[in-house]
Design a protein around this ligand. Sequence first.
Ligand code: MN
Length: 574
Amino acid sequence: MDWSEYQNKLDEYKAGLENRSLIEKAFFFAEKSHEGQKRYSGENYIEHPIKVSLSIAAMGLDANTISAALLHDTIEDQKTTSRDIKKHFGADVAFLVNGVTKVDKIKYHGVQRQAESMRKMFLAIAEDIRVVVLKLMDRLHNMETLSSLPYPEKRIRIAKETLEIYAPIADRLGIWDIKAKLEDLAFSYVYPEEYKWMQQEVKKRVPMREYYIERIIPIVKKELGQENLRPLEVNARAKHYYSLWKKLLRYDMDWDLIYDLVAVRIIVSNIQDAYGALGIIHKNWKPLPGRIKDFIALPKPNGYQSIHTTVFCIDGKVVEFQIRTAEMHHEAEIGIAAHWAWAEAGKPKRAEGFKGSRFIWVTQLREWQKKFTKKNMDSAEFLEALKIDFFKDRIFVLTPKGDVIDLPEDATPLDFAYHIHSEIGNHAVGAKVNGKMVPFNHKLQSEDVVEILTKKDRKPSQEWLEIAKTSVAKSHIKSLLRKKEKQFSIQSKKLKSVELIVTCKNRVGILKDISNALSSLKINIEDIESHAAGKNYPSITLSFTPVDQSQIEKVKTRIKKVHGVYSIELKRFK
Ligand code: MN
């Protein structure tokens, strides 16, 4: 595609109008830097960044992001550095291109339990929503052309990664259109048999359904019109393969239970009309109990809004209706991108909804956007606000097995150790970062591989409290130090001096023999006194501070052996 064709496309999307010259410069820079480079499909490499940038443009992103999309693979070929990009295209474009390059370095090894952490890491490293969208579009085009990749295992690995990392991220950003495309493309590589089966089944069932739906749409329109409700659009929507297949798995592969194989979608201009349309449909056709879902009043955690209802429609056939406003529909298709595109055009934004708590950061982002739009921020500030601050203070480090551990910035190997397990923290003797020994106060960085060395008899010390940054680590250390202190105080209680009253024969040198017995045990006699006792045996009282009970026993045994000793009595001081 040459520049004039490309420009026509941009015009068609009304995209990048604020800085066409920057885009033009990026176009020729990318063309030159990929010169002579081919894709596996045989096309010139430049076709790839062109396609990615056009899908970015179609989503309504700014000129900087469109330019970054054109340049997104230039750094990889070594000839270009991020400094070159900064020099020619400014800091923002360089930041975006760098972001994409950084994200490319994350390697997913296909371990399911890691998927969530990998998604987090992906988002943290991307730093800016625009980088995430760019990466999604990059992946989408790579998936569209995956069949020309000549390595089957690599095709499957990429498809798996798409299914487990990229599609869920698209879902969270609310870009369902992209999510569906990514899933269906990946589906055919990861589960080829099932995909083939689905294709055949859908071919058998969908046209019949579509034919029926086409027949009822005019009737639905007429019924709505009779109540003076003019929808913006009524159309049929076929469910995409992967989500249909997942649903079938949940319903024991029973096609009769899938009511939304082809659904009717009604787009209205406001929320009132949405509920109005629901009423009209229920008035005409009986709803199936338990199938009315009001995602307008209660949006899905990812922000999806729509009313779904399933009714016994014409000829008693079961049909699902999805009713939503144009704004909700737009958002369902391009997700979070809808917000900045609209904000830049200066349109007012809806204030209600988005109460999902599971994906707090999406909600937060929307909240911020609301605030910023109210304050009439300009688009540069607005884009600044789109940066993913939720993860700004977090780092993502890896265990030697490749598990991702999410820690606050400034975290140390001790925080890591306690994050893995309190026992590993409590017995830590050393730490290795990327294979090298480091002190406990070493500051960890994202992507560090951290290993903790432990020893059974090692215990936390007071200074660990200064080193550890997380509350988890601190509380474990504190509780162990408290235990230690308690033991210490028990010991010091025992360390009070005791008094031994020794009854013995009155013989010369017995005092010396007894004191020798103690000094042979390296015990310091604090006090020694002999008492003459008339007719009775004399007694010797001596006091010393034992380290523990067993020392007292040792002393007693030793003294008993002294010639002339009859008995020993122990007296403790309170
Ligand atoms: Mn690429």
